[in-house]
Design a protein around this ligand. Structure first.
Ligand SMILES: Nc1ncnc2c1ncn2[C@@H]1O[C@H](COP(=O)(O)OP(=O)(O)OP(=O)(O)O)[C@@H](O)[C@H]1O
Length: 444
């Protein structure tokens, strides 16, 4: 019985799908290559990806006779000979080439994955054992420009990013001096504009704010708008996000919450003084160095100059839903500039403060109500009179879970119950449904 070919992935060259016209004739038109291949080929040309060869190509390389550049017919004969040899090659010798090839492709895919390049679905068929075998060794690191990628979560395999968001991925890296830094790789179609926008705003805050204020925003180490396959922005590493710290340890102590509130207030007010709105304040965009108790405000991807002070509105909506002020929910894009102002950041700030002090998202969906945070925010606005009274100090005693589900009005009041009393005036000042009434009171 003929021995089966080893069950390893054969990344054979797939014949290009011929374009077939409706009448069955082959199209003469030039084949347009899939985009991922174009990106991969370009990256290979630019030396960003390790090369990989199919098993037969490796076998040819080892066994070819004669020089490259010889006659065509000579080469054809040589290939015929090698083809026959390959056919007769014992399975264990063939396997060596399969293994080598798989290892090289797995390594290439790994780097492609790290760089966020699109992969063929079939690429994920690479077996785990093979993938493990070829994980880059310390002396063979994954690089983004001059930055060596480090696994942000040592508990997980592969080089895990620090975060992945709407614009791309942020990797923990080491620079040439072995200092930690965060490299943000922009992967969207609009990557260049996204990077430039964030860069311009970050440069503005770094150059125009005074020494003390500058410390509240990450330092730019390097911007590479033309880097292939994706542009990147290297920033100083500023610690973990409040979001991940909340996930690890739960709510912050009253002291830490106060320190965070004070520093975040300074950072946001500093931005406003430069006529910049952050417009995406949330716990994952606020970084906290636990040891130094220092805060940095990150991610200026959604930030804009206050309407009238800079270029116009770019997105149909701003701010992540659970932190979005009520006035934005039903605003049409053409009216957005009317509503985008410092009060929008103030509302998000109030939500962040609550989350830091309590450990839970304030505007999470209400129980038995699966309609999401939009309804919670609506409810907050409708019940504002009674919530305000509660925030002034007369919070009603907590009810049991069963009672709460019967008493709809108590659900939000009960959330305020969890908040340390000294933070209530700030929440009352910042989470006022009327944007004109919101202010910074209560955080001193
Ligand atoms: N300078 C930095 N230092 C440390 N961590 C950082 C830094 N910049 C970003 N991060 C981490 O990377 C994550 C994503 O970064 P960022 O918010 O800039 O990307 P994004 O694609 O805009 O994400 P999102 O769409 O969620 O806002 C952050 O939540 C944070 O944990």
């Amino acid at each position: 019985m003929a021995k089966a070919v080893p069950a390893v992935r054969l990344r054979g060259k797939q014949p290009c799908p011929q374009r077939v016209k409706k009448n069955g004739q082959k199209s003469k038109g030039k084949q347009t290559k899939p985009k991922r291949d174009t990106i991969r080929c370009q990256a290979l040309k630019d030396g960003l990806l390790p090369p990989a060869r199919r098993p037969f190509a490796l076998f040819v390389k080892d066994n070819v006779r004669g020089q490259k550049g010889g006659g065509r017919s000579e080469w054809r004969l040589e290939m015929k000979r090698l083809g026959a040899m390959w056919h007769k090659l014992p399975i264990d010798q063939k396997k060596r080439y399969f293994d080598q090839s798989n290892a090289k492709f797995a390594k290439q895919h790994f780097v492609m994955k790290q760089m966020g390049m699109p992969l063929r679905k079939s690429s994920s068929r690479t077996t785990h054992t093979l993938a493990k075998d070829v994980l880059p060794e310390p002396e063979d690191p994954v690089m983004i420009g001059g930055y060596k990628v480090v696994n942000a979560d040592p508990g997980l395999p592969d080089c895990h990013p620090l975060g992945e968001g709407a614009y791309g991925s942020v990797f923990l890296c080491l620079d040439k001096l072995q200092r930690r830094c965060a490299v943000k790789v922009f992967k969207k179609k609009s990557a260049l504009e996204d990077l430039n926008h964030e860069l311009v705003l970050l440069q503005a805050v770094q150059e125009q704010s005074d020494q003390k204020l500058r410390g509240f925003y990450p330092c730019i180490l390097e911007a590479q708008p033309c880097f292939k396959p994706f542009p990147f922005l290297a920033l100083e590493y500023c610690g973990s996000s409040l979001f991940s710290l909340l996930g690890e340890k739960g709510a912050f102590s009253v002291d830490d919450s106060r320190a965070i509130a004070l520093q975040l207030k300074a950072a946001v007010r500093g931005l406003h003084s430069l006529q910049i709105l952050h417009l995406d304040l949330k716990t994952s965009n606020v970084l906290w160095c636990v040891v130094r108790r220092e805060l940095k405000l990150a991610d200026f991807g959604m930030s804009e100059y206050i309407p009238g002070y800079g270029p116009s509105i770019r997105f149909p909506m701003y701010v992540t839903a659970s932190y979005r002020a009520p006035e934005l929910w039903h605003a049409a894009q053409r009216d957005l500039s009317k509503w985008l102002g410092p009060a929008v950041d103030l509302w998000s700030f109030g939500c962040v403060l609550y989350e830091v002090a309590v450990g839970k998202i304030l505007m999470r969906p209400l129980r038995n109500n699966l309609c999401g945070c939009e309804n919670t925010i609506k409810e907050w606005c409708q019940q504002w009179q009674s919530l305000q009274k509660s925030l002034q100090g007369s919070i009603r005693p907590s009810l049991s879970n069963a009672q709460v589900s019967r008493n709809f009005d108590y659900r939000l009041v009960n959330r305020l119950h969890l908040l340390e009393p000294s933070f209530r005036p700030a929440i009352k000042a910042m989470l006022n449904p009327d944007p004109a009434q919101r202010d910074w009171a209560g955080i001193d």
